[in-house]
Write a protein of this length. Structure first.
Length: 269
């Protein structure tokens, strides 16, 4: 049976899957792999599990070997270089009065390249900044503009639920989220309540969307007229999770109806 392990190269970064081969790395251990950018050192965040063709890519690279103590020390040394580069870049952004916000710095394990991630409202002329960085760092430098959601993923923090941000912990990819999802889950459309730390709609609105759609499928919509044994009325509320809805009869009474045992007639669904 083919097995795969999940490896992450940066905190909050994208998760990549590799074939463990003859190695048996455990969670939190470090491994050396070949990437498109060259040799990389990553941390195992998902232990070996059976390869699922529905989830994992068809072609999976093998890890080269376990990382040595010296290589792990080099990884932490690179982190110090990143911190120094970030501080220097921030100073130069201020000096050049550039309308950009530096988010993170990534220094390749082999020292062949360093990437500066930033956000900005529009295009930024950073040519002079780039010259300063190349003179200071003496390696290939790339300035990469990212979106506000990626910024939250890199920086991390706590969501309105009090837990660490989904994007900075377990969420592998961003999915499309719409205001319609909030409406179908009967949530308040107050932006402060349905927006995440990034200012966009919360990613967790997508988690239960399919379940809500399935549960609501055979329930009458709010505003629909229905016929009950107690009389004719209009649906005024839904409780999707309890699989029930409330009908206001023509005489003003309100009745809670179990959707599974409902035998109402009229414009249901």
């Amino acid at each position: 049976m083919e097995k795969v392990i999940g490896v992450r190269f940066r905190k909050g970064g994208k998760l990549y899957h590799f074939d463990p081969g003859e190695c048996c790395p455990r969670k939190d251990e470090y491994v050396i792999v070949n990437t498109e950018q060259g040799i990389g050192l990553g941390q195992v965040v998902e232990s070996a599990c059976a390869r699922d063709p529905r989830i994992h890519p068809q072609e999976i690279k093998k890890i080269e070997r376990m990382a040595s103590e010296d290589e792990i020390r080099q990884l932490f040394s690179n982190s110090e270089i990143e911190a120094d580069a970030k501080s220097f870049c921030t100073e130069k952004i201020t000096a050049h009065e550039l309308p950009m916000n530096l988010v993170d710095v990534e220094y390749f394990f082999d020292g062949s390249k360093i990437i500066f991630y930033f956000t900005a409202d529009g295009r930024v002329d950073f040519r002079e900044l780039l010259k300063d960085l190349v003179r200071r760092l003496r390696t290939r430098v790339e300035l990469r503009q990212i979106g506000i959601r990626n910024q939250a993923k890199m920086v991390g923090g706590l969501g309105g639920c009090g837990r660490p941000l989904c994007c900075a912990t377990f969420l592998k990819n961003f999915h499309a989220v719409s205001i319609k999802m909030a409406k179908e889950q009967n949530l308040s459309l107050n932006p402060a309540k349905i927006s995440g730390a990034c200012g966009r709609l919360m990613c967790c609105l997508q988690f239960e969307h399919d379940t809500y759609r399935e549960l609501r499928k055979d329930m009458p919509k709010v505003g629909k007229k229905v016929e009950l044994p107690e009389g004719r009325g209009k649906v005024v509320r839904q409780n999707v999770m309890a699989r029930s809805f409330t009908v206001q009869l023509e005489d003003g009474r309100e009745i809670d109806v179990d959707a599974q045992s409902c035998c109402c007639q009229g414009e249901c669904g």
